[in-house]
Design a protein around this ligand. Structure first.
Ligand code: MG
Length: 315
């Protein structure tokens, strides 16, 4: 009697036979179809996320329709932007979540910034209140990460260390709501600061410590993780792969960004970036797109996902 297991075994042998035939006679439609099917299966499983900031105002012309387009393109997860007082881009958060889920996508992260860039002892309570409310709202939403993308003022070593204290406080509050707190960089975090300084400065010969390195050293690993934007790291004159190797346990999420559409500028070695990121045991990343002029934002994010679907080093 042929049971299901034996049948499948037979079926795979048949497919293998087809592949052998393909090699020997140079062409076999059945085998080619099987190979194409396997390749599209791999593509369909890729865990590709998008930071919705990439869509700009186009997103809000038709959110449910836009979500369906993203799903069809091959995106799986979203990182939100535009949170304010329980709303995303003016839409109630839970309504927004329903639109996302109706399209078969999942919200896994959200970018949020406290109301001030200057952190002082006198506004610490205001910042803490902001994190409490924001963390509670996002706990209801059910995100995996809550991330600050904006750099507070860090003009001196002392100010940078104080920012780290505030990050640790934010991390405690967000953690209490059940969500890990992360920090996302631009390029200025790779400038240097000195004790008693009045501004951060770039330069090989510049004295002082790199702000990002201070953030890594002075924040508590149990309270603060890092989402590295690899494009801005390169713009900050550092190698993101070196950072991924050195801080494997701290950099848990990536922003996959290029000067415009992914893979076109040649400025980033995405293969080495993904290889190291996976070797570190991580898998969550979000495409981010800025700087396109020759097409719509939706066309741009389609160009980005097509790149990731087609390169073999992205799982
Ligand atoms: Mg980014």
């Amino acid at each position: 009697m042929i049971n299901r297991r034996n049948f499948l075994k037979g079926a795979s042998l048949f497919t293998l036979g087809g592949l052998v035939a393909c090699n020997s006679n140079g062409g076999n439609a059945v085998a080619e179809k099987a190979v194409a099917g396997a390749a599209s299966g791999v593509k369909a499983n890729k865990n590709i996320g998008l930071q919705i900031y990439s869509l700009g105002k186009e997103l809000y012309e038709d959110v449910p329709g836009g979500m369906k387009k993203l799903k069809e393109m091959g995106y799986k997860t979203l990182e939100l932007a535009g949170y304010k007082e329980g709303k995303i881009g003016g839409i109630d958060m839970m309504e927004f979540k329903k639109m996302v889920e109706d399209a078969g996508l999942v919200i896994t992260s959200s970018h949020v910034n406290p109301p001030t860039r200057e952190y002082t002892k006198s506004n610490l309570n205001e910042i803490k209140e902001y994190w409490k409310k924001t963390a509670d709202d996002h706990a209801k939403l059910g995100v995996k990460y809550l991330i600050q993308p904006g750099q507070p003022k860090t003009r001196s070593l002392e100010e940078t260390k104080y920012v780290c204290e505030v990050f640790n406080e934010a991390g405690k509050i967000v953690k209490a709501a059940g969500i890990p707190f992360g920090y996302h960089n631009h390029e200025m975090e790779f400038a240097k600061v000195v004790a008693g300084g009045t501004e951060s400065l770039f330069g090989r010969r510049q004295k002082g410590d790199v702000i990002y390195d201070i953030f890594l050293a002075e924040t508590d690993p149990s309270l603060v993780f890092f989402e590295m934007d690899v494009y801005w790291a390169v713009m900050g004159q550092v190698d993101p792969v070196e950072y991924l190797k050195k801080y494997a346990d701290r950099i848990k999420v990536l922003h996959i960004k290029d000067r415009a559409v992914l893979g076109q500028s040649g400025m980033l070695n995405f293969e080495q970036i993904f290889k190291q990121f996976y070797a570190n045991g991580h898998q969550d990343y979000f495409v981010e797109l800025e700087g396109i002029k020759d097409r719509t934002q939706f066309e741009g994010v389609k160009g980005c996902v097509d790149y990731l679907l087609n390169v073999p080093f992205v799982k």
